[in-house]
Design a protein around this ligand. Structure first.
Ligand SMILES: *[C@@H]1O[C@H](CO)[C@@H](O)[C@H](O)[C@H]1NC(C)=O
Ligand SMILES: *[C@@H]1O[C@H](CO)[C@@H](O)[C@H](O)[C@H]1NC(C)=O
Ligand SMILES: *[C@@H]1O[C@H](CO)[C@@H](O)[C@H](O)[C@H]1NC(C)=O
Ligand SMILES: *[C@@H]1O[C@H](CO)[C@@H](O)[C@H](O)[C@H]1NC(C)=O
Ligand SMILES: *[C@@H]1O[C@H](CO)[C@@H](O)[C@H](O)[C@H]1NC(C)=O
Length: 296
């Protein structure tokens, strides 16, 4: 059995047990500290990981396959500085640059964090204290994944479209071009496959776009992400996607300004690594849990 843990800003722990049909959900009061929040759970989990769980005379063993959450919940869980801090990238050791009231991470080749450097707290500027996760037998930097629903769809894609629709004059789309996009999106409605749950709508409605709509927009326009979402291409063309994403971040800086290379934009360059470990993006994204979270 595999277990994947999803932590949300609503302070739920969602457990997904593979080969079981149900996802369990626990809800907590807003926790005071990460220790208080997680300790009882970690103790139980360790017990099961070490000894397995016997049900009806059958012994089940358990392995943690991934832990996914949005950036604030991830910083809380890892007990590290926030994604807006100077050493806020959870994948690499880049020192951020503070530009126009934003923390930015322009570097593309900074050394990565590792299981050992995390556990040794080698980067003193990064850690706030011990994370309860270090008691689990996992490679922390690989198992705690970058979630593309929050990071890419609700993060980068939404921000880009917002700039095109209502950004300042240098980056805003001319009215004619915007109307053209809206016209094409409207035209697309009749061709949308039944699998997509929402019809395309005008980018003027960007503030109401749901994560799934942002994903559709993304997958029909950005090649690198398409490579990483498809099981056939995500490993064979992983290097190519990595190059594209680095190029994207470089161009982003030229087109929109280096002050906008924030945590979400910077993190794009780390996505291909997680795909190599966990498979296509949807394997380790929060999308499959979104409905549970919305219901709470
Ligand atoms: C255990 O056995 C009972 C009775 O046969 C059955 O109803 C239940 O589903 C079984 N549980 C599991 C986890 O297999
Ligand atoms: C971690 O700490 C141990 C003991 O202090 C040391 O031997 C080891 O080299 C360190 N590893 C890294 C990657 O910093
Ligand atoms: C990560 O470090 C922990 C503690 O040293 C160890 O138990 C675990 O096997 C390591 N995981 C990997 C994949 O290196
Ligand atoms: C991705 O998820 C599918 C379905 O859950 C699974 O069969 C596959 O092994 C996963 N890929 C990796 C690399 O973990
Ligand atoms: C966790 O990993 C498993 C196996 O790689 C995958 O099938 C699943 O989709 C992942 N779940 C989450 C929430 O990331």
């Amino acid at each position: 059995y595999f277990i994947s843990l999803v932590f949300s800003e609503l302070h739920c722990i969602l457990l997904h047990l593979y080969d079981c049909t149900s996802a369990a959900r626990y809800r907590f009061q807003k926790p005071q500290s990460i220790e208080e929040f997680l300790n009882p759970f970690i103790i139980d989990l360790l017990e099961i990981i070490d000894n397995g769980l016997t049900m009806n005379d059958t012994l089940f063993t358990l392995e943690i396959s991934n832990i996914s959450c949005d950036a604030p919940a991830k910083a809380f869980l890892l007990n590290v500085k926030s994604h807006n801090a100077y050493f806020g990238c959870t994948s690499c050791t880049e020192e951020g640059t503070y530009l126009e009231h934003r923390m930015t991470f322009p570097g593309l080749d900074t050394p990565l964090r590792t299981n050992e450097t995390f556990r040794n707290k080698t980067d003193e500027e990064y850690h706030k204290g011990d994370s309860p996760l270090i008691r689990l037998p996992i490679n922390i930097v690989e198992i705690v994944v970058l979630d593309y629903m929050h990071n890419v769809c609700l993060g980068v894609v939404k921000r880009l479209i917002e700039m095109w629709v209502k950004g300042n004059k240098q980056v805003r789309l001319e009215k004619v071009k915007k109307e053209k996009i809206n016209f094409e999106l409207n035209n697309l409605k009749q061709h949308v496959p039944a699998e997509l749950c929402r019809l395309p709508r005008s980018i003027d409605d960007i503030e109401y776009y749901k994560a799934t709509e942002l994903r559709t927009f993304l997958l029909y326009s950005v090649y690198a992400i398409k490579i990483l979402t498809c099981a056939d291409t995500c490993c064979t063309y992983n290097d190519l996607a990595s190059q594209f994403l680095k190029e994207f971040v470089r161009d982003y800086s030229v087109l929109y300004g280096s002050h906008l290379i924030t945590y979400n934009v910077h993190s794009l360059i780390h996505l291909p690594m997680f795909v190599l470990k966990h498979g296509p993006l949807d394997n380790f994204s929060c999308f499959q849990y979104e409905n549970y979270l919305v219901l709470t």
